[in-house]
Design a binder for this molecule. Structure first.
Ligand code: FAD
Ligand code: DHB
Length: 394
């Protein structure tokens, strides 16, 4: 049996993109429903991004979901790049005329968005199985999904695909209507979360002959560390002891010697990928966030680029419903892609600067060393890095 409801915007995916858009639209009186494939606890079990740019934090505040972020998140005015046994600081604040980033985990941010949705009585449907999109190139698209033995239908004006890289939305667009661009990297990041004081109060990105490493944090008592590993490695091969030994090898000696280690509370390997689909719209389906593009995590752009998509789409939908002005919807894909590609460029550059590529020649290695030497010899090069890291304007 099929039961049907009607809404203005049907959102697929209850990750940060879908929840943020849902909350922002609701606050502007635009009715919407979020369909999430998994249970809430499952979504909240994923440990992902940690660095938010100013524009993303502003969106959280506008969504009335920024209170805890402002209380518990940490403002960072700089970070370190370690190489050749030492480390140099990138003074984001000085290089950008006062801009900073917020260190606040995606898990906490997603929890805040769920709570904000609950407070307003937002419609977020979990465990929505077998979501399908129908008539997306028409003026009356719809969604169907299963809950238990029942099939349900949602009729809407627009569908927004916020269902991540493996979601159903992008796959529902006829192949000949889109172009995809992709680069797969020959390594992954092994990440560990541990209830230990962070080794550094600011992030350290390390270039080392054994491979990249990153020291990040979630709070003064919770550390998040990553090391570059071959794609063939599995989590089981990496005991906590082996992980921390390897991490310390890749850091300057004085940093390694002050590191406090402890049992991991999460450990996972993420492959690195760059991916973009063009355009980000087909008919009345709009794609946003990881459903439309992926970056390697090195420049902390993934979640932040999802944020700019949501910003453009939110304003476009508000213009449509408040004044019948469709210029924002018409230009959504090209506006979003302009910023998406800048995030791709920066992420690729940071990844190339800091990782060991298995088939790099001695020539490639010298170029990488020269790239680092140039960076730290030029205020303009540093300013370019800082400008991208804190986030380009929306
Ligand atoms: P997602 O967070 O992927 O959310 C999509 C949601 O859609 C999920 O909840 C999923 O369950 C749901 N869904 C999927 N398919 C369906 C379906 N068929 N029907 C209904 N719902 C569906 N970025 C950084 O900036 N820094 C990092 O350190 C970092 N680390 C990462 C580590 C990993 C392992 C991954 C995968 C990503 C990482 N990212 C990082 C990227 C960042 O987490 C993403 O850019 C961000 O999660 C994008 O949010 P999203 O809402 O667009 O997609
Ligand atoms: C984190 C992840 C990143 O990819 C990054 O560039 C900075 C921080 C993190 O998980 O804390």
């Amino acid at each position: 049996m099929t039961s049907a409801i009607r809404t203005q915007v049907g959102i697929i995916g209850g990750g940060p993109s879908g929840l943020l858009l849902s909350q922002l639209l609701h606050l502007r009186g635009i009715d919407n429903v979020v369909l999430e494939k998994h249970a809430r606890e499952y979504v909240l079990g994923r440990i992902r991004a940690g660095v938010l740019e100013h524009g993303f934090a502003e969106l959280m505040r506008e969504a009335q979901a920024g209170e805890r972020m402002d209380r518990e998140g940490q403002i960072h005015e700089g970070f370190f790049i370690a190489h050749e046994g030492g480390q140099e600081r990138i003074d984001l604040h000085a290089l950008t005329g006062g801009k900073t980033v917020m260190v606040y985990g995606q898990t906490e941010l997603t929890r805040d968005l769920y709570e904000a949705r609950d407070r307003l009585g937002g419609k977020v449907i979990h465990n929505a199985e077998g979501v399908q999109l129908h008539e997306i190139d028409s003026a009356h698209p719809s969604l169907t999904y299963r809950q238990g033995s029942e099939t349900r239908r949602i009729d809407c004006d627009f569908i927004v695909g916020c269902d991540g890289f493996h979601g159903v939305s992008r796959q529902s667009i006829p192949k000949e209507k889109i172009q995809t661009f992709e680069k797969i990297f020959p390594f992954g990041w092994l990440g560990v979360l541990s209830r230990t004081p962070p080794v550094s109060s600011e992030l350290i990105y390390a270039n080392h002959e054994r491979g990249f490493a990153l020291c990040s944090l979630r709070s003064s008592a919770l550390s998040r560390y990553y090391i570059q590993v071959p794609l063939s490695d599995t989590v089981e091969e990496w005991s906590d002891e082996r992980f921390f030994d390897e991490l310390k090898h890749r850091l300057p000696a004085e940093v390694a010697s002050s590191m406090v280690t402890g049992p991991s509370i999460e450990k996972s390997i993420a492959p690195l990928r760059s991916f973009v689909v063009e355009p980000m719209r087909y008919g009345n389906l709009f794609l946003a966030g990881d459903a439309a593009h992926i970056v390697p995590p090195t420049g902390a752009r993934g979640l932040n680029t999802a944020g700019s998509d949501i910003y453009y789409l939110y304003h476009a939908l508000v213009d449509h419903y408040s004044s019948g002005d469709d210029r924002g919807l018409e230009s959504y894909s090209s506006r979003a892609l302009g910023r998406v590609w800048k995030g791709q460029r920066f992420s690729w550059w940071m990844t190339k600067l800091l990782h060991r590529f298995p088939d790099d020649s001695p020539y490639d290695r010298r170029l990488q060393q020269t790239d680092l030497a140039y960076l730290f010899s030029s205020q303009r090069a540093l300013a370019s890095l800082a400008e991208n890291y804190v986030g380009l304007p929306f």
